[in-house]
Ligand binder design. Structure first.
Ligand code: FES
Length: 150
């Protein structure tokens, strides 16, 4: 297995076993539910804002290891970012998991999240990796409907 593939396994296992920011956020000013109709998995994202900045972001839900690890790492990278920065990271992450560009270049700015480039080969897994991200976007946009990977 190549280095990125190896890291992918380690990171997913670690975040699946010990998800960061995995809790309901009391006092959250934004919240959205996400759903992957393919498997039935669900995630809830909570956001607390300080002006334009994400003061805190947490999640709850039940899902596969990839969706949980992606949500966990997303909350880590987005904490303290502005809404515009969060939107930009969503765009970069989405391109990372769907584009043909080399992973390191496509994932510039994502840190360890670059390991998710491994899901490109598996369309079903792309939905797992992006579930929390679509839901976070809905939360920031104040949408009340459940975000879906479809
Ligand atoms: Fe359901 Fe991955 S299998 S989100």
């Amino acid at each position: 297995m190549n280095e990125l593939g190896d890291l992918y396994q380690q990171v997913i296992l670690d975040h699946n076993r010990q998800p960061r920011n995995f809790r309901r956020l009391e006092g959250a000013v934004r919240r959205a539910d996400g759903h992957n109709p393919l498997c039935g998995d669900r995630v809830t994202i909570y956001v607390d804002l300080d002006g334009d900045r994400l003061r805190d972001i947490t999640f709850e839900g039940s899902g596969c290891a990839i969706s949980k690890a992606s949500a966990s790492m997303m909350t880590e990278i987005l904490k303290g970012k502005t809404r515009a920065e969060a939107e930009e990271l969503f765009r970069i992450f989405h391109r990372l998991v769907t584009a043909d560009a080399p992973a390191q270049a496509a994932g510039d700015g994502l840190g360890k999240l670059v390991v998710f480039s491994g899901v490109r080969e598996f369309p079903v897994r792309v939905k797992c990796a992006t579930l929390a991200w679509h839901t976070m976007r809905s939360a920031l946009q104040g949408k009340s409907a459940t975000a879906s990977t479809e």
